[in-house]
Ligand binder design. Structure first.
Ligand SMILES: [Zn+2]
Length: 324
């Protein structure tokens, strides 16, 4: 196994290196670079690509990856670990989910374009330099504090399902490709683009954004460590829950008909039946209940709104169907 090169980073076998992938520059001449950390194992093995903060506000996974890398001894590693974080450097700098120059969601434009807008060029640079040549892709995200910790994989991709199961979250979401999926531009997610090229890929969702949540960071550490053990990078046991619950899709949103303050009466992960109450909305001026919100079908609660202040049309609860 020779020297590992990604962007400006070069790691000899048995060594760790830092560097950057250059994307371009801003109006004031400052560089747009994507940072990269390489751990090149002393012995042969697979290559795993770990990414965090492609949405600029998703900090928990950065800390998870940092803790894992801090404990990694390249001399003990078989294979190569390629880390890119923050994968959306301008969004990260401005506490923004999107790329700030074009307002684009970098996780809808994979595999990017060499001659595209800046978000597309960020994706293109990362894809060409760091994703290509990888055997596994773990694209770490966060959603809400009021969401189940889960790992997403594509339906009909058993290699990705195996990767998702070994990451070890209690809940797994199996993503089906339907019209909603197409409309939400999910074909431009890194995970789906990697899958299309035959690379097993998963999206762990570890808690909320813009704040550290200790248990979520620890879930990330456990998950990455499990992947390294399962795929032969490190010696060690894979620790997964006795029971993992698979939910089909996560695009069903229950929305508000009336505005007000939403009080959820269910918790993330709870199984609910058709017509069961999910919560209610009241008017803050007079405390009058203006809407009782009910489940449209038997489901598992994936998340409920983090911010209780809602207007007509806002998402209140996100539901998935449990796979039996
Ligand atoms: Zn995200």
């Amino acid at each position: 196994m020779g020297t590992l090169r990604v962007g400006s980073a070069e790691a000899e076998p048995g060594a760790l290196a830092h560097g950057a992938i250059r994307v371009g520059s801003l109006a004031d001449g400052s560089e747009v670079n994507v940072p990269v950390v390489l751990v090149n194992g002393a012995s042969e093995g697979r290559r795993v690509f770990l990414q965090a903060a492609v949405h600029g506000v998703e900090v928990n996974p950065i800390e998870s990856v940092r803790r894992v890398i801090a404990e990694l001894d390249p001399a003990e590693l078989s294979g190569q670990v390629v880390v890119v974080t923050p994968a959306n450097p301008l969004g990260f700098r401005h506490h923004d989910r999107h790329n700030i120059t074009d307002g684009e969601d970098v996780n809808r434009v994979w595999p990017g374009a060499a001659d595209g807008g800046l978000a597309q060029r960020i994706a293109y640079a990362i894809y060409e330099e760091a994703v290509r040549g990888s055997d596994l892709v773990v694209d770490l995200h966060t959603g809400f504090s009021t969401m189940i910790t889960h790992t997403v994989f594509a339906e009909g991709d058993p290699a990705s399902e195996q990767l998702a199961r070994c990451f070890g979250t209690e809940y797994l979401i199996m993503e089906e490709q339907d019209e909603d999926w197409e409309r939400a531009r999910f074909s431009g997610k890194l995970r789906n683009v990697a899958n299309a090229e035959g690379i097993p890929a998963i999206t762990p969702e570890l808690g909320g954004h813009s704040k550290f949540e200790g248990n979520q960071i620890q879930s990330g550490v456990m998950g990455i460590t499990n992947v390294l053990a399962q795929y032969g990078f490190l010696r060690g046991d894979v620790v997964v829950p006795h029971r993992q619950i698979v939910i089909r899709n996560h695009l069903t949103r229950v929305t508000a008909d009336e505005g007000g303050i939403f009080v959820a009466t269910v918790r993330p992960g709870q199984e609910v039946w058709e017509t069961q109450e999910l919560g209610y909305i009241y008017t803050p001026g007079n405390f009058e209940i203006v809407e009782t919100v009910r489940a449209p079908f038997d489901a598992v609660v994936v998340y409920h709104a983090e911010d209780p202040v809602v207007s007509t049309g806002d998402t209140l609860v996100n539901l998935g169907r449990r796979k039996r």
